[in-house]
Design a protein around this ligand. Sequence first.
Ligand SMILES: Cc1ncc(COP(=O)(O)O)c(C=O)c1O
Length: 354
Amino acid sequence: MPIINDPHLFNEQSLFVDLEGVLGRRLYLKIEGFNFAGSIKLKPAREMVEQAERTGLVGPGSVLVESSSGNLGVALSMIAASKGYHFVCVIDPRCNPATAQLMEALGAQVDLVTEPHPVDGFLGARLNHVRELCASDDRYVWLNQYSNPGNWGAHYRWTAPEIAAQFPDLDVLFVGAGTTGTLMGCARYFREHRPDVRIVAVDAVGSVSFGGPPATRLIPGLGMSVRPPQLDESLIDDVVFVEEVDTVRACHRLAAGGYLLGGSTGTVVHGAMTWLEAHQARDITAVTISPDMGRPYLDTIYQPDWVLDHFGADAAANAASTADRDLLSDPGSRPQLPAAAPRTDSAALRSISQ
Ligand SMILES: Cc1ncc(COP(=O)(O)O)c(C=O)c1O
């Protein structure tokens, strides 16, 4: 094992789980939660801070500030602590309490925005708070994950090449869409290096990223209440929308197989399985990405009362629905992936996920 002298220097980047034993269908899951920050957000956090240091934007006395649903905040808390910067993280009530505690334990100041912006939701309210902080003191530096090229650049530099190296025969890559940093970094890399690989975005129902109507969402990580500035839809082939109840069911299904993973992992796994089923794509190499582990979700997704309150008794039964079980273990024929990769329109895509 390596010996490190900075927490961000350790990151397990080559671990993939073959989910066939759990789901009854081959789907490889890239695990990104094994590092000191506990999530994929270590990569963009490191890239954005190091770029800002190189350009002189950040230096001694700087106060980093960022709006985060949690994971980027934890990663920045860790990096700021290790490098000696102050850090203020602006969160909203969807942030897991355990995640906020983690940031505080790492020395960050956590500002909770309690009222959503009337049009732009909680994200709009968080960004307004960040702007107010920056206007109040010029030591504040907003890394701005929503438009910072270091966000997608980190995945272009690390995540996508890691997947490409492991799967020379990759057919489809499913990527969850939050800020779309992961999605855009992977899409750019594969468009340039392996244009035959299909890139399918997975988003939460209620997110407006791909033009859908806004709706309340409870699970952090994926989905946006304003359109992500980094998103370039011309780089992706398809979009799948996933209801939060299906996210919860998929998480429970994975946990029943011994894999306790985060909410967005349930979303991308359900989205990938739905897409593969709709395209009758069995004998292909498909990969998706697990951004974090399940422990921070013990009070929500893995808490029966929380699930009962928000999604009803069926979901709380802690098992996939019959429909899911059929979907996940269908031993049907193995037709090849269709050759053409037209971008499916949103209405049709929404019907795929329902
Ligand atoms: C758990 C989790 N999943 C997915 C994402 C989405 O990643 P991206 O912002 O690169 O789209 C995030 C982003 O914070 C996350 O925390």
